[in-house]
Write a protein that binds this ligand. Structure first.
Ligand SMILES: NC(=O)c1ccc[n+]([C@@H]2O[C@H](COP(=O)([O-])OP(=O)(O)OC[C@H]3O[C@@H](n4cnc5c(N)ncnc54)[C@H](O)[C@@H]3O)[C@@H](O)[C@H]2O)c1
Length: 459
């Protein structure tokens, strides 16, 4: 099977960058990314590449090269499906907020809607690729919808989960650790292998059965998140015992069986995937009656929530048990550096905890817009929007955020925070001047030398 035209449904953090790289590397394939969200598509089509809806280092260059040549962004979903040989489903699969499996299971309504739309529109055979992260055995449901409601055309279903990490998405896509393709039809698998072979070495392209592929994505995220929670659990023990978590992480990380990556203690992981995918894994285990398996993985989430609460409590108790009316500067709102994605960011929960104590919170983030910060905090529904507006301010100058503050909390590991003029910041703060480094990125000796009271997780 020769693939000439690809359609990707969902122009989000995965669909946009992934398809931009496929288009860049496969100039002979026409790639159309579609979305129901008109504003998002307009932003993808912005003349000014700094206005793309997603910030990722290097993304603007890739889009700049391919867009208009063989990469297109459109809201005409039906047309793109109809003309494509291969359709990627890359829509959101959030945690359910209602009904059976509420707060645990993945909400598959957007995926099913895509399958129904493909079935309705398609008049030629198509390969349908699950790019979204899905519960194991979803391909079965997609297959049923396609075969029961289609126009008699032939559909092959593949699972091709995405392993990119936000913040390094373009590098990850250009140079992936592996590409995973699960499926039954050898021809369909080969067709997708041929797309990736344009820039990925064959030994990095793994093919498996569909269920292994679907499950591997959930398991990969569960293992990554588990490492974060493991080192975070040790950070609390370090604080009680005089051990230093950075020293412990370095010592254990040099064991080649353990490895050094993903061992930074922090205020906790965020992002749209880790929590959602673990909850989904827990839910799947429970539905099979595997309660011990479910409990084991659930603990990763429990630990992560504890770390966020603990960080907030530490600010409160260190500031003499009251932050009411005190100005607290929050540096960083994105869930990690080099992205403007804020979904499940630890910053949101820390801010919420401080607002409950009636602190005056000033947020600065180099890439997150003011409206996003308010949407995030209002979404929690802890208090009214007016009250959030009174208590929380978003500023575009980090020095202004810190002026007259009682404390600074670092919530994202943006590189620029390391190069600030900390003398200047200290001079304009109230004393004692506290810094709570939720990402362990600042230099303790330098800051204490200036006069700051510096708190780092796990020390
Ligand atoms: N964000 C990541 O780092 C990451 C990494 C790997 C995998 N994933 C998975 O990829 C999937 C997509 O994640 P994302 O972060 O790109 O989500 P996203 O919310 O950024 O994007 C999803 C897009 O799909 C669109 N959409 C939903 N239903 C649609 C429909 N019926 N027709 C057309 N468009 C529709 C939405 O408008 C939205 O723009 C999820 O399953 C996620 O778990 C995400």
């Amino acid at each position: 099977m020769n693939i000439n035209k690809i359609c990707c449904i969902g122009a989000g953090y995965v669909g946009g960058p992934t398809m931009a790289v496929i288009a860049q590397k496969c100039p002979n394939i026409k790639v159309t990314v579609v979305d129901l969200n008109e504003k998002r598509i307009d932003d993808w089509n912005s003349e000014d590449l700094s206005l793309l809806p997603i910030f990722e280092p290097g993304l603007d260059e890739v889009v700049g090269e391919a867009r208009g040549r063989n990469l297109f962004f459109s809201t005409d979903v039906d047309k793109a499906i109809e003309e494509a040989d291969m359709v990627f489903i890359s829509v959101n699969t959030p945690t359910k907020t209602y009904g059976r499996g509420k707060d645990m299971a993945a909400d598959l309504k957007y995926v099913e809607l895509c399958a129904r739309q493909i079935a309705k529109v398609a008049t030629t055979d198509k390969i349908v690729v699950e790019k979204s992260t899905l519960p194991v055995r979803t391909a079965e449901a997609i297959h049923n919808v396609l075969s029961e409601t289609g126009n008699g055309v032939n559909f092959q279903i593949l699972s091709n989960p995405e392993f990119l990490a936000e913040g390094t998405a373009i590098q990850d896509l250009l140079n992936p650790d592996r590409i995973l393709i699960g499926g039954e039809s050898e021809d369909a698998i080969q067709a997708l292998v041929d797309v990736y072979s344009n820039w990925v070495d064959d030994d990095k392209i793994l093919t498996t059965n569909v269920w292994s592929s679907e499950l591997s994505k959930l398991v990969a995220n569960a293992f990554l998140a588990q490492r974060v929670s493991s080192i975070n659990s040790i950070s609390e023990l370090c604080e009680k015992t005089g051990a230093n978590v950075k020293e412990v992480a370095r010592s254990i990380g040099m064991d080649s069986r353990i490895g050094s990556k993903f061992l930074n203690a922090s205020v906790g992981f965020g992002g749209s995937c880790f929590q959602k995918d673990i909850l989904n894994l827990v839910y799947i285990a429970k539905t099979y009656g595997l309660n011990e398996v479910a409990d084991y993985w659930e603990q990763v989430i429990i630990m992560n929530n504890h770390q966020k609460t603990r960080f907030t409590s530490n600010i409160l108790s260190t500031l003499y048990n009251t932050v009411s009316g005190k100005k607290i500067a929050m540096l960083g709102w994105a869930f990690k550096k080099d992205t403007n994605d804020t979904r499940e960011s630890a910053a949101i929960y820390v801010a919420d905890g401080l607002l409950e104590e009636r602190a005056q919170v000033y947020v600065y983030d180099p890439k997150v817009k003011e409206a996003r910060v308010y949407e995030d905090i209002n979404y929690l529904n802890t208090r009214g929007e007016e009250e959030n507006k009174d208590l929380l301010s978003v500023v575009t100058d980090p020095y202004k955020a810190c002026e007259d503050a009682h404390a600074i909390a670092v919530l994202t590991e943006w590189d620029e925070f390391k190069s600030y003029d900390w003398h200047k910041i200290y001079d304009k703060m109230l004393k004692p001047a506290f810094i709570f480094d939720g990402r362990g990125i600042l230099d303790r000796a330098e800051l204490e030398g200036i006069g700051f009271e510096y708190y780092n997780i796990g020390e």
